[in-house]
Design a protein around this ligand. Structure first.
Ligand code: FES
Length: 95
């Protein structure tokens, strides 16, 4: 089946909105991780940076829950940077 560009939610894996909604309904998916495992949306090169919020929004619509109630997918890059003091202390010890 030819995929229409404007339907694509996950650009890395070329997963359409229709595929995501279909999987959620068919398998009664509740989390972004479940959607990811079944459809591959979020498994691409950008690791979901482009599509994760859209996927969560779709899950929220399909399951009648707020986006804040949807578990984000687990492979998002860490948000907290390492404290600079931590690195400094490590260096002190080494010298
Ligand atoms: S757009 Fe979905 S993983 Fe990159």
């Amino acid at each position: 089946m030819h995929k229409r560009v404007h339907d694509i939610i996950c650009r890395c894996e070329e997963i359409t909105e229709r595929e995501i909604r279909g999987a959620i309904r068919q398998f009664n998916l509740r989390t972004a991780d479940e959607v990811k495992r079944l459809t591959r949306a979020g498994m691409g090169l950008c690791q979901g940076r482009t599509c994760a919020l859209l996927v969560e929004k779709i899950i929220s619509e399909e399951t009648n829950r707020k986006v804040s109630e949807i578990f984000p997918s687990s492979t998002r890059p860490p948000v907290r940077p390492i404290k600079i003091e931590f690195l400094a202390k490590k260096e002190e010890k080494e010298s």
